[in-house]
Structures are given as C-alpha cells and as structure tokens.
Write a protein that binds this ligand. Structure first.
Ligand code: C5P
Length: 228
C-alpha cells in the first residue's frame, strides 16, 4: 500500500514515543506531529498570562488568543512548536511547564481545542502523531495504532539525561516524581484518559534499541501495505 496512512502512537510519559514517531516519519516521508507539544504550549500561555484555569470562562477566552503551528527547523528539518508565531520548542520542555501540563491537559475545553487542531492536521494522511489519546479519540480509525510501554527505571533514566543537559540542577527524584504524577493524572482524568485502544499493538521497548523498535514497527506498516 503506497497510499498514505495515519499512524497513532500513544503511551506513558518518556516511553520513547517521539523517538519512534520521528524515525517512522523520516523513513516513510510522513509528517510528524508531537501532540504533547501542543498541550505544553497551551500550558505555557496560561502560565505566562496568569490564566486561572479552574475558571471555564477564563480558559475559553484565553484559548481564543492562542494559535498553534508546527514549522520546520531550518537546520535539521524537524518540526518545532510555535505559539502565536513564537518558537517555544525549547521552553515548553522546561520543568515549570512539565509540572502543570497534565492539569491543563485534563480540561475539557483545552482538549476540544487541541483535538480539533490535530484532526485538521491529519486530513491529508501521511502522518505520525504521538500522544495519549491519538488512537482512542483523535484518530479512532487510524490505520496503525501503537501503544508503548517501558519500565519506569528506564523511562526515568531517559528523561533525566534529556533534562540534565538543559538543567544540571535537576535530580533523578524530581524527574521520577514528575513522570509518575503525569502518568497518574493522564490515566485518571475524565476526558480521554490515557488508555490502550482495543486495536492497538503494544510495544514494550525496555530492552529494544531505537533501531530495533523502528524495524519492528516498519514490519507492521509493511504488513498493512501487503493487505491493501
Ligand atoms: O508527550 P509529552 O510528554 O510532551 O506530553 C505532555 C503532557 O501533555 C502529557 O503528560 C499529557 O498530560 C498531555 N498530553 C495529552 N494528550 C496528548 C498528548 C499529551 O493529554 N495527546
């Protein structure tokens, strides 16, 4: 099947979803969309503008002033998050945002806003999107759904390395607490909680190299292509 498909990748925080999604997008010449970056950008906007996100009218008004866009980095071509024309790709990875993003992402109005944007991005297919509700809510008819897991120790180590390079004051304990808190809120919220879609393929990548997880997933893509 050379026809373009939609690939949905969901899973727990720091499971390697974005690594796999980027690899697949590159291999298949698809567009990669990091849906988590959108929730992070909304959170950044709320924090900067002191939005009281427990107030539905305030949230609704604030969302009217938010434009989210992905644009390619001039050097490496990777897509980066723009909030109202400002490149926020780096700042949204900060712990200040990570501390609040799951609370903001649990708000129904925020999800309705983000999901509508994500669905628009998928109309042309040829897309790999990663997140928490892509296979369940954003693209329930996605051609391929992957649900990723990995041992918590491995996930903490990966995220710690990533964050330490930006902030040497960060501790392993802080990173672990943040992952666990986000996983708890993400899987217990009432709107689109993180859960494995019934037709998703589960990949535990604890012992897999990035290359192995790519090859494994590409096999699923090839099988789909044979069937078409
Ligand atoms: O993927 P990432 O870890 O950057 O996502 C940050 C947060 O955004 C998640 O912990 C979750 O609260 C929220 N999120 C979500 N639904 C998605 C993607 C991310 O609720 N599809």
């Amino acid at each position: 099947m050379k026809e373009k498909i939609i690939i949905a990748i969901d899973g727990w925080s720091s499971c390697g979803k974005s690594t796999l999604a980027k690899q697949l997008a590159k291999e298949l010449s698809y567009i990669y969309i990091d849906s988590g970056a959108m929730y992070r950008a909304v959170t950044l906007y709320f924090l900067r503008n002191h939005i009281d996100w427990t107030s539905v009218p305030e949230v609704k008004d604030a969302l009217k002033n938010i434009t989210l866009e992905f644009k390619p980095n001039h050097t490496n071509g990777e897509s980066e998050m723009y909030l109202n024309e400002e490149n926020v790709e780096y700042v949204i990875r900060d712990m200040v945002v990570a501390e609040k993003v799951s609370e903001v992402a649990a708000i129904e109005e925020v999800r309705t806003f983000a999901v509508a944007e994500q669905q628009k991005m998928g109309t042309a297919k040829g897309i790999v999107m990663d997140g928490r509700d892509i296979g369940t809510t954003v693209f329930p008819n996605a051609d391929l759904k992957i649900f990723m897991t990995a041992d918590i120790a491995v996930r903490v180590e990966r995220r710690f390395k990533e964050m330490y390079s930006k902030n040497p004051n960060i501790t392993v304990e802080e990173v672990k607490a943040n992952l666990e808190m986000r996983d708890y809120i993400d899987s217990h919220r009432s709107v689109s909680p993180l859960q494995k879609a019934s037709d998703a393929i589960e990949i535990n990548n604890t012992g897999l190299t990035p290359e192995e997880q790519l090859q494994l997933t590409l096999n699923y893509v090839k099988n789909l292509q044979k069937q078409a």
